[in-house]
Design a protein around this ligand. Structure first.
Ligand SMILES: Cc1cc2nc3c(=O)[nH]c(=O)nc-3n(C[C@H](O)[C@H](O)[C@H](O)COP(=O)(O)OP(=O)(O)OC[C@H]3O[C@@H](n4cnc5c(N)ncnc54)[C@H](O)[C@@H]3O)c2cc1C
Length: 349
């Protein structure tokens, strides 16, 4: 059942979001709007869909919401989000989740959207694991596409046993002996954040020079963090969980350190992944949209970093505006009697 959005929509909260549809055994559920990507644009799209009285599911391949912010710079201050003179990435994501929460979006995290088809003119999304979502409309907010952390080869057998690629909750590493691998912004941000919490922090980088912000590098070098350059992690020890690491300096001897948490901050690789096969009109790695943020496919909109049009600027601020445009246009496609303009949120209180 699709909600009837319009000026009345913001007076009520839509609590029942997705329901099991009749099926032939394939799990099939129904939702008004499926948002693909829980980055800042997707999270704001979830708010807007809820505000319009539409049920919404937010699908993301990563296990945490926040997209690039959570994966790459949760501890950095962002200075160009309207209304926030300075906001830490982590706090912006938490606020976006809180802003959408009254409308109870369903988060399907750690779950990649694999397929898109149309049945009776409506999009059907195929999710990793086989579940299908029948949607009133889809809003693709896939950012850089599917991004996966660059692996630390010696750590592969320890993933889930002390190896992480980003740190959703720094407090979880309090009192631990932490080894950070990498020489970029993420590695140094994690080092600066974890140093006051952890028992020890060692940062290992395989080159002499760092690619991180100079101010953060100076702060870390002046702190109790031990920084080892021209070095690699050559072995990890432990049964189920890591207990020690062997570090080998180029041309030098190997040293074994007690370690019970490893943060592999080696960067991410990104590609459009399955989205490239859906028949969307693309311009290199981006989805071409019109001024309504509509794609070439029926009932499929896009917003945020993943979109392309003349004059496109890839920033959080533009993604927010595009999310509002995409969802409000989707609302009218779902219910042609609905108004495009959603009404003012300031009237809702
Ligand atoms: C180090 C750094 C610093 C930055 N600083 C700033 C700044 O100060 N100000 C600013 O405005 N911008 C900044 N940016 C850019 C900003 O982060 C992006 O513009 C913003 O994250 C785009 O948001 P998004 O939601 O469109 O996409 P993303 O944040 O990229 O999120 C997209 C999400 O979609 C998911 N996804 C993709 N494909 C699928 C699929 N098939 N199935 C399921 N999930 C999928 C991905 O896993 C990802 O979580 C910075 C970027 C970086 C890397």
């Amino acid at each position: 059942m699709l909600a009837r959005p319009g000026r009345r929509a913001y007076r009520r909260h839509q609590h029942t979001l997705i329901r099991q549809a009749e099926s032939d055994g394939t799990p099939m559920r129904e939702v008004d709007v499926a948002v693909i990507g829980a980055g800042p644009t997707g999270l704001f799209a979830a708010y807007y869909a809820g505000f319009r009285g539409l049920s919404v599911a937010v699908v993301d391949a990563l296990p945490e919401p926040g997209g690039q912010i959570t994966a790459m710079y949760p501890e950095k201050l962002i200075l160009d989000v309207a209304g926030f003179p300075a906001v830490k990435g982590r706090d912006l994501v938490a606020n976006l989740v809180a802003q959408a929460a009254p409308y109870h979006p369903e988060y399907l995290l750690g779950c990649r959207a694999e397929k898109l088809s149309h049945v009776d003119g409506r999009p059907v999304l195929g999710l990793a694991g086989g579940e299908q979502l029948r949607c009133g409309a889809v809003v693709v907010t896939g950012g850089l596409g599917s991004f996966s952390p660059r692996p630390l080869p010696v750590a592969e057998s320890f993933v889930g046993g002390g190896i992480v690629y980003f740190v959703p909750e720094p407090a979880a590493l309090a009192g631990r002996d932490v080894l950070i691998v990498g020489g970029g912004d993420s590695a140094f941000d994690w080092a600066a954040t974890l140093q006051p919490l952890a028992r020890s922090v060692t940062l290992v980088h395989r080159r002499e020079r760092f690619r991180a912000h100079a101010g953060t590098v100076s702060r870390v070098l002046a702190s109790p963090v031990r920084v080892i350059v021209n070095a690699e992690v050559t072995k990890l020890y432990g049964d189920d969980a890591v207990t020690a690491a062997e570090i080998t300096v180029r041309g030098g001897a190997a040293e074994t350190l007690p370690v019970d948490a490893v943060v592999a901050a080696l960067g991410f690789t990104a590609d459009l992944g399955p989205l490239a096969e859906w028949g969307l009109r693309l311009d290199r790695r981006h989805i071409v949209v019109d001024s309504a943020m509509a794609t070439n496919l029926p009932r499929v909109f896009a917003a945020g970093d993943i979109t392309e049009y003349p004059g496109k600027v890839r920033l959080i601020a533009t993604g927010f505006g595009e999310a509002a445009t995409a969802v409000n246009n989707a609302a009218v496609v779902i219910d042609p009697t609905a108004h495009l303009f959603p009404g003012h949120s300031s009237d809702a209180g």
